[in-house]
Design a binder for this molecule. Structure first.
Ligand code: CO
Length: 205
């Protein structure tokens, strides 16, 4: 059963610029910004009730999200529905002939499950399915608290310092083009991850 929309992911070229609309003009509250180095993106979270808007900025040019942005420009990337039973949901969709990107769920930290439905079966929209574990909200609060602490230690205030924070992230090994030129091993690892992603996972968060 579908519970509710967990998040709506919007791909943007610049999170800080996007916040001038979603936060300043529209009035959503920014809960936090965090990099996902595995996915090569920076994500800003703007909760609204049980759901949230996630602004996703690709910082690694080799990712699927970066290609999506290049090809189609900023806009809706995917909608994520929370489900109470992932296996049953996937079995039902499969039986109805829905094209699943992941026939088996991707198991994340703490046992949370994610799977994607191909846009071809969903009127052109990439659909993410998500089954949370009971511990997930607590894990998430911890992660946010850790990020806030790290930001404070570096004297970066979450909102005022986003640009500097993003710049620092891009300049760190593994996300800049210069770094790629001098880090062939990192590049090889990135390509391996990319191959993995191209085989099916479009997971963002
Ligand atoms: Co997502």
């Amino acid at each position: 059963m579908i519970r509710h929309i967990n998040h709506i992911a919007i791909v943007v070229p610049d999170v800080e610029e996007a916040l001038s609309f979603y936060q300043d003009a529209l009035g959503l509250k920014l809960s936090h910004v965090e990099p996902n180095e595995e996915q090569g993106v920076v994500v800003a979270f703007l909760p609204t009730g049980k759901s949230e808007v996630e602004l996703v900025e690709p910082v690694d040019t080799h990712t699927g999200v970066a290609r999506f942005l290049n090809k189609r420009g900023p806009g809706l990337h995917h909608i994520c529905f929370e489900v109470d039973d992932m296996q049953a949901t996937l079995a039902r969709l499969d039986a109805k002939g829905v094209e699943l990107i992941n026939r088996e769920p991707i198991i994340g930290t703490g046992g949370k499950k994610t799977a994607f439905i191909h846009p071809r079966s969903a009127c052109g929209v990439l659909i993410e399915l998500y089954e949370v574990t009971p511990e997930e909200p607590e894990r998430r609060r911890e992660r946010v608290a850790n990020w806030r602490r790290r930001l404070r230690v570096r004297r970066r205030v979450a909102i005022a310092g986003i640009r500097a924070f993003l710049r620092a992230l891009r300049q760190k090994g593994g996300v800049t083009s210069e770094a790629q030129a001098v880090q062939p091993q990192a590049e090889a690892r990135r390509r391996a991850r990319q191959d993995h992603r191209d085989r099916g996972s479009h997971n963002l968060s």
